[in-house]
Write a protein that binds this ligand. Structure first.
Ligand SMILES: Cc1cc2nc3c(=O)[nH]c(=O)nc-3n(C[C@H](O)[C@H](O)[C@H](O)COP(=O)(O)OP(=O)(O)OC[C@H]3O[C@@H](n4cnc5c(N)ncnc54)[C@H](O)[C@@H]3O)c2cc1C
Ligand code: SF4
Length: 478
């Protein structure tokens, strides 16, 4: 433990953001990192608890008090090694994880959790800046070949772990660039994409082969993977969007959030409009935008709409507004349901809760508004409030209502795997084995829509399961 009295002496002080008026003019990251002396004092706040609840909160089981101590001691290199022992890509989670570890931190009982996520990010950013993060190729090859389908965080973590123990790994990705939702869902202002590119370079040097613009089930058959590889890992995400089933939803101004976000991410990557938007440009410039869905995807649509110069942005959520502050006695150390205001919300949006959408109004084939009604929730049951109908003027309606599970057509139909009751690929979290021999599944394709940190955990654990299945034993961590 760095300093016994640190938590008594120093207040929690987190990273700050650039001014919203300035940051909405660009798509770059805008978090202002801690100066090093401040960060070390923040690390000194860690109490090295007898039961470190932060560990339980963290899906990858980061050894948080250990690296807090090392940062306080300015032993950055060992802090990096420790961090990498549980997480392949801390620069991703250090930027976009909702940080369940901080919710679980003992100091969160008094709303002063250690700034774990900022410390994580600083350790790994420093590692890259100092040139400490280099390829870790295996000492010897096993002669086994593994195909990983999907290059999101689950597929990348799985591929890196497997390559490092000597398997020959090929990652198949249907998109033109690697990264899954990290690349084309999450906007650059939350996470810039050069972070993915440099990991890909590292992984190639470790022996991973990437095949982009290659959809398994279309460009190559699943049968050919079976024939040419000893194991196949399905890490294709949960791509099936929840649809809006109301009259008028077929109008061209009602669009999926992922189409909107992908186009902007491609423009940011330097693609021209033909490549970024082959089926026509979808932009919010000068439009009255309504975003349906109150989660991360919806929030990313808000931030992107404001950057594109929308006239107004409204975000709707069907669930009631959660409390500003949780009841710690009931929720800690678990993830609490409470009002979350993202940096995108701070940039300008009107948020509304407990709203049910009823009909998209249109004129001459164009969207003109969204007809809604307020609802009441009692014991999990929703009831419309009579007389509360209202219409929001709109030119563009973005659907950010989540994903119902993995796409079945193509890959999964050809693989012939069984599904669980929720429609995800059935596999447990010990063997990660599907109903088909030597076919494994992890990430959102197995667990349903989730978080990057869960995808990394599953990718790592699935790698161990594959290694064990191929070699009889595995030294990879779970
Ligand atoms: C807009 C948005 C914002 C989000 N923001 C956050 C956030 O801030 N923090 C957070 O923790 N989580 C966030 N999430 C959730 C997070 O991105 C996902 O949980 C995570 O990316 C899942 O990882 P994955 O590897 O399982 O799947 P994905 O990231 O979905 O990757 C799957 C990949 O498989 C590819 N693929 C699918 N089928 C095939 C095939 N047949 N052949 C070849 N390739 C195929 C896809 O093209 C894709 O690249 C967000 C999600 C969205 C949509
Ligand atoms: S729970 Fe908080 S204070 Fe305790 S060890 Fe973890 S980070 Fe440190």
């Amino acid at each position: 433990m760095g300093k016994e009295t640190g938590f008594l002496e120093y207040e929690r002080k987190d990273r700050t953001y650039a001014d919203p008026r300035e940051r909405v003019r660009h798509y770059k990251e805008f978090v202002v990192p801690h100066p090093e002396p401040d960060l070390r004092l923040q690390a000194a706040r860690c109490m090295n608890c007898g039961i470190p609840y932060c560990h339980n909160g963290c899906p990858v089981n980061n050894l948080i008090p250990d690296w807090n101590h090392l940062v306080y001691e300015a032993d950055w290199k060992n802090a990096l090694e420790n961090l990498h022992s549980t997480n392949n890509f801390p620069e991703f989670t250090g930027r976009i994880c909702p940080a369940p570890c901080e919710a679980a931190c003992t100091l969160n009982i008094v709303d002063q959790p250690v700034t774990i996520k900022s410390i994580e990010c600083a350790i790994v950013d420093r590692g890259w800046n100092e040139g400490w993060i280099v390829p870790e190729p295996p000492a010897r090859k096993t002669g086994k070949r593994v195909a990983v389908v999907g290059s999101g965080p689950a597929g990348l973590a799985c591929a890196q772990q497997l390559a490092r123990v000597g398997h020959s790994v090929t990652v198949f990705e249907k998109s033109d660039r690697l990264g899954g939702l990290l690349r084309y869902g999450i906007p650059d202002f939350k996470m810039e994409k050069h972070l993915i590119n440099r990991r890909a370079v590292q992984m190639e040097a470790e022996g991973v082969t990437f095949k982009t613009s290659t959809e398994v089930g279309v460009d190559v058959s699943f049968a050919s993977l079976r024939d040419n590889f000893d194991a196949v890992v399905l890490a294709g995400g949960a791509e099936e969007p929840r649809q809006l089933l109301i009259p008028g939803a077929e109008l061209p101004g009602v669009r999926l959030a992922m189409e909107f976000l992908t186009q902007q991410n491609k423009r940011n990557a330097g693609d021209d409009e033909v490549r970024a938007a082959p089926r026509g440009s979808l932009v919010a410039t000068g439009k009255k935008v309504v975003v349906i869905g109150g989660g991360d995807t919806g929030s990313d649509c808000v931030g992107t709409s404001n950057r594109q110069g929308a006239e107004s942005v409204v975000q709707l959520e069907i669930m009631p507004q959660p409390p500003e502050r949780e009841n710690k006695a009931l929720t800690w150390p678990h993830w609490p349901l409470k009002l979350r205001t993202s940096s995108s919300h701070e940039e300008g949006v009107e948020r509304d809760w407990a709203v049910l959408t009823k009909r998209v109004a249109g004129e001459g084939g164009e969207v003109t508004g969204l007809e809604c009604v307020r609802v009441e929730w009692n014991d999990g049951r929703m009831e419309e409030i009579a007389g509360s109908e209202f219409t929001i003027p709109a030119d563009l309606i973005l659907l950010a209502m989540g994903f119902t599970g993995p796409r079945k057509a193509g890959l999964l139909e050809q693989a012939g795997v069984e599904f669980d009751a929720r429609g995800n690929v059935a596999a447990d979290t010990v063997r990660y084995a599907t109903s088909e021999a030597n076919v494994f599944a992890c990430g959102d394709m197995r667990r349903g829509q989730s978080l990057v940190v869960w995808a990394i955990r599953e990718g790592r654990q699935a790698a161990r399961a594959v290694d064990e299945a191929l070699m009889g034993v595995s030294e990879l961590p779970r």
